[in-house]
Design a protein around this ligand. Sequence first.
Ligand SMILES: Cc1cc2nc3c(=O)[nH]c(=O)nc-3n(C[C@H](O)[C@H](O)[C@H](O)COP(=O)(O)OP(=O)(O)OC[C@H]3O[C@@H](n4cnc5c(N)ncnc54)[C@H](O)[C@@H]3O)c2cc1C
Ligand code: SF4
Length: 844
Amino acid sequence: MSQDATHRLVVVGNGMVGQRLVEAVRERDVDRRWRITVLGEEPRPAYDRVALTSYLTGTSEEELCVVPDGCYDDGCVLHVGEAVASIDRHAKTVTTAAGRVVGYDALVLATGSSPFVPPVPGADLDGCFVYRTIDDLDAIRERAGVAGTGVVIGGGLLGLEAANALRSLGVDTHVVEFAPRLMPAQVDQGGGEMLRRKVEDLGLSVHTGTATERIEQLDGGRLRLVFADADPIEVGMVVFSAGIRPRDQLARDAGLDVGERGGIVVDDGCRTSDPAIWAVGECALAGGKIYGLVAPGYEMAEVAADRVVGGAAVFTECDTSAKLKLLGVDVASFGDAHGAAAGALEVVYADPVGGVYKKLVVTDDASTVLGGVLVGDASLYAALRTMVGRPLQDAPEQLLMAGPAASGLDDTAQVCSCQNVSAGAIRSAIGDEGCCDVASVKACTKAGTVCGSCVPLIKTLLAQSGVEASTALCEHFDLSRAELFDVIRATGIRTFSEIITRHGRGRGCDICKPAVASILASLGSGHILDGEQAALQDTNDRFLANIQRNGTYSVVPRVPGGELTPEKLIVIGEVARDFGLYTKITGGQRIDMFGARVDQLPAIWRRLVDAGFESGHAYGKALRTVKSCVGSTWCRFGVQDSTSLAIMLELRYRGLRSPHKIKAGVSGCARECAEARGKDFGVIASETGWNLYLGGNGGFTPRHAELFASDLGSDELVRLIDRFLMFYIRTADRLQRTSAWLEALNDEHGDGLGYLRRVIVDDELGICGDLDAAMYAHVDTYADEWAAVLEDEEKLSRFVSFVNAPDVPDPSIQFVTERDQIRPADQPADPVPIAGPTLEVMRR
Ligand SMILES: Cc1cc2nc3c(=O)[nH]c(=O)nc-3n(C[C@H](O)[C@H](O)[C@H](O)COP(=O)(O)OP(=O)(O)OC[C@H]3O[C@@H](n4cnc5c(N)ncnc54)[C@H](O)[C@@H]3O)c2cc1C
Ligand code: SF4
């Protein structure tokens, strides 16, 4: 012990936060002026409570221990199994239940919380447990061996974790939740529904909106739960996991201020109403809030440690994002998950069939991320959480599907919220400290060492630094999209199961399935809804229509080049009138008809197909439109026939599946009325031919297309566009538009456009013949998808509102009239689904 240790610090409680406080004081107290005594009630040193459940599946006590070697020597002592019974604030001493008296100059209370057990008669019967400590788990495991069935009271984050633990112990488990949905604090109604399905798929029985009235003892030690509004259930054991209550009795008895509903009141320096006493972790009421998560506790520990040694650190409101570790069900919520901010917009992707629900909450001008909910696939949790409060770099739906680019994270963005580690700290660990893998980044920064949800983002930051330049499509494929394309093309494999068996692993995910579907479609592998391919598609593709905010669909017939005969115009009008659809002229020279129920789609298509219309592919990652002006046919300024060219190009590339949507434009002169330079490929007439522009984008990050070739004849123009499109389709990454693809070529080859010229004009790679042939094959085999569905009973059978009542339209779809047309009745602040069928089961 240091001779200079003149100050005495006593810490009550050796949980995760108390332990962090000790380490934080040791880090700051370099002169070893403080002698530290820690008194812990539990019979073992602090352990990782966040990972507690893994104790049931084999993680040992030693592995869970969070006390570093050598922490308790040299002036720092830990007494385990020794609860503090009282504090004498005048004498500045604490007395333990065993009678030990320890004096202090500074006292930190880190007594944590205890599980809340609702005042239900019978809650203290033999067979009732709580889920908080290693000892609790030992007792639960013993009972589970004979219980057969069990119930967890509480369907929140920890309740589900406890339920899964019971299930893994072989107990047939029920979950009872008072609120109308599971995890009411974290997820919204849509997420709760999805979660319920997922949890039930795991074999758990879920009872929501159910209040437990009493628990009765039955013969043989079994228990009966009686509910206010449901049939009773008989079980072998009950686990309460209905929230926490701060352990503030010691502080109350000592006369410290406590909150009305419990918790030791602390100021922004984590100091209690007694200036010599601090409180941290789950026992503390900071800013009127009890935090039930470890990250805010760690933050408090750092602040209190700083204050104890004379600093001025301040605790500010903390991130309460959470990710559930329930086996097989990913659930996460972060930031303003409920969209409580004024005017908040919610963008939702829902796929009940795939069991995925993702919601992003953004400001009313869609400029800033506020929060979100992820159910079924929380792989983007860490990346999206870091976006909270930051300007959107991509369209919200793009963020939901692919996540933000890690390069867009500025250094202050928090990557690991448990350990409060920023992107900058990780970059410096990689750049300055030479960390070259996740393990070394973890060791250096502590990021990723608690809940582990930020590990994917650490990997991305490593990759961004050039350390692990992985181009793997996702965790199921080590191949990039371009490599996968080559493999599928070369091997002739045409089913996802064979591809993943031979060239990947696992069962696939929302990243690789649509990517493979797109590749198969690009290679002309039959109708998009044929056999196994159907299950791989995004929802819009699965229903060959665009899903809208109220679960109805919009139908967009192809109008090549925007040219439409009066007869066809009348047909569209009649269809819209007869089916009561809302109509709008789109920015891409088509007529969009909104408000069609899924069961109406085939009848609408039938009328349109009979009149000579085809699917406009407004839903797919495919060629959308070739916009045109009237050109030399009508316009005084036109120098070429832009409309004829646009029609020819649109018909040539219709149905062409690609990594992202493709838009094009043709203008009849340099006045550019078709805005061709804002498109993936644009053509502008010159006096002697056509100028070709490539890589434009009018979307979220607008970019003008660049001039690729001038004064081309029509044949040469088409040949170059054929090759450009095929080369892009084969080599782009998933969801990469042509503009981003060209930027990537710039990064790789210095001059992307120059490289492209060498490939598709000079044939430097010797693949032009192959690209030409692929495009000819596409043109030769094109067939309209709507027409094909109408001829196939099996495919038609998908188009129903309810799987068990195919003839019943969905009664929940309601419209109101505005400006003489329908619009969804649920206009205000409802989520904006970007995908997701309403194939519910009708409640009879
Ligand atoms: C199963 C489970 C899973 C969790 N998962 C997550 C998660 O995924 N993410 C997350 O952020 N958080 C999670 N948590 C919550 C997280 O574990 C807590 O926020 C954190 O452990 C709180 O730390 P603490 O030190 O404040 O309290 P505790 O860990 O409860 O430690 C307090 C300690 O003080 C002792 N003590 C109390 N009174 C006295 C006394 N009078 N004398 C001496 N000792 C005393 C207690 O016995 C205890 O050991 C989870 C919790 C559980 C139970
Ligand atoms: S682009 Fe030129 S040809 Fe086309 S409408 Fe405009 S002015 Fe006329």
